[in-house]
Design a protein around this ligand. Structure first.
Ligand SMILES: *Cc1c(COP(=O)(O)O)cnc(C)c1O
Length: 432
């Protein structure tokens, strides 16, 4: 089933009301969509007793969103101290937190361990850092695997793990398990993240086969107890209207089949499956809402929005496609070819290039789809641009601001002690 229309989760009527109170641009999240999707994921893996999704905090680092996911049975996957702090503040603790860092700064293993998080080691040399920081090796430990080479599925090459900075080689993970076991680890996990944004139902089952076979060998050769296998992130979403979205039920069944073929016969039918999905959990349930504020007719036709790449970096960074709906013109013919731009002094600050859309008038509201993950969170402050607000459309139809827009004072705040900026820093005290 393709979603050729790609309808926004919010109506023009709702948005007209929302913008009266909250000025554009803003990211808007759909609580109902988030909950329904999380329930579909849980159902797809309900055959596995220990299944747990650890939401990748980097995708949408807002504690209000994390809380909703927690209510849906999810934990969090963190890779930095601040992500750990966000998880802690949102009420996650112990085995609800996975710490999958790489090139880990000093002190972060300790912070993760203090919260009781499960630590997932990216490299064999991290065993030493971990032991130095904690004075011991935790009883529960996970290691990240990188099979190297290229990763292929039935319809071709997916990615090139041999070029990725993450994970341990086969030889290293065997050695790491032996060392960790000797140092007192009792429950082991295996983790791998080989391909991002896959739009195929085959990725997880293929990855599962690689990891399950590795798990059997690791158990046989090192004698460790493998408690969980973490398939991590990488299930993608259909950003384009002509793409066939993933079917999580089919993916869950695909993993189950491999589990029963590889793990169950090896006497490992008690291994829990973990996931660390970010994009799949949130991307379609967020959108960036912006207003058309300028039109320009030169060698091309341009529409300028009040949002820019600091609100959504993916098009500038990866040339990523994000579908756009001109609100109120859903049924109008796509008769105009536009570049939809932001206001950065960077020519890649374009939400769309040569996009066929209905005729846009100044003041029209545009919905940029699928920004719920890796959207706001990738934001930055280039050109002194300030990041937008985040709003939550609740299940009852009300709207809650879950992060205010940045102010110039936020931007200047780290210049503290700089007298030149006094005048602008004081402004915030008056307002506040
Ligand atoms: C980014 C990341 C994820 C989430 O990836 P998605 O593509 O959003 O599913 C999960 N685990 C780790 C370790 C990551 O770095």
């Amino acid at each position: 089933m393709t979603d050729l229309e790609k309808k926004p989760f919010v109506t023009k009527g709702q948005l007209d009301e929302i913008v009266k109170k909250y000025p554009t641009p803003f990211h808007l999240y759909d609580e109902r969509g988030i909950r329904e999707n999380a329930a579909r994921l849980r159902e797809a893996f309900s055959w596995n007793k220990g299944f747990k999704e650890y939401f990748a905090v980097k995708a949408t680092p807002n504690p209000h969103i994390l809380k909703i996911l927690q209510e849906c049975g999810c934990g969090t996957d963190c890779s930095s101290a601040t992500e750990l702090m966000l998880s802690d503040a949102a009420g996650f603790s112990g085995r609800e937190i996975m710490f999958s860092s790489n090139n880990t700064p000093e002190g972060e293993f300790k912070l993760a361990d203090d919260m009781g998080a499960v630590i997932n080691l990216d490299d064999i040399t991290h065993i030493e850092s971990l032991e130095k920081e904690l004075g011991r090796i935790p009883e529960v430990i996970s290691c990240r695997f990188n099979p190297g080479g290229i990763f292929e599925i039935s319809n071709g090459i997916m990615d090139n793990p041999g070029d990725a900075k993450y994970g341990m080689t086969t030889e290293q993970i065997f050695q790491a398990f032996r060392i960790l076991k000797e140092k007192g680890a009792r429950e082991f996990g295996i983790h791998a993240f080989l391909v991002s944004n896959t739009v195929t139902n085959d990725y997880y089952p293929m990855l599962a086969k690689v990891l399950f076979e590795l798990a059997v060998k690791l158990k046989e050769e090192t004698g460790v107890h493998i408690g969980f296998i973490n398939l991590s992130g990488g299930i993608g979403v259909a950003y384009r209207p002509d793409q066939e979205p993933n079917d999580i039920a089919v993916i869950g069944r695909g993993v189950k089949k491999v589990y029963e073929e590889v793990l169950t016969p090896a006497g490992m039918g008690d291994v829990a499956i973990y996931t660390e999905l970010g994009r799949f959990m949130l991307a379609p349930y967020g959108c960036l809402v912006a207003e058309a504020i300028h039109e320009k007719h030169t060698y091309k036709e341009y529409i300028g929005l009040d949002a820019c790449a600091v609100d959504l970096m993916r098009p500038a960074m990866y040339g990523a496609y994000h579908h756009i709906t001109v609100m109120g013109k859903e049924d109008a013919p796509c008769s105009h070819k536009y570049d939809i731009t932001g206001s950065l002094c960077e020519n890649n600050d374009k939400f769309a290039v040569d996009r066929m859309l209905p005729e846009i008038e100044m003041g029209d509201l545009l919905v940029i789809h699928d920004t719920g993950a890796h959207g706001y969170s990738m934001g930055y402050n280039y050109n002194g641009k300030l990041r937008s607000a985040e709003l939550l459309l609740r299940e009852d139809g009300t709207v809650q601001m879950i992060r205010r827009a940045e102010t110039p004072q936020d931007y200047f705040a780290t210049l503290d002690g700089c007298e030149m900026m006094e005048k602008y820093l004081k402004a915030s005290e008056k307002e506040g």
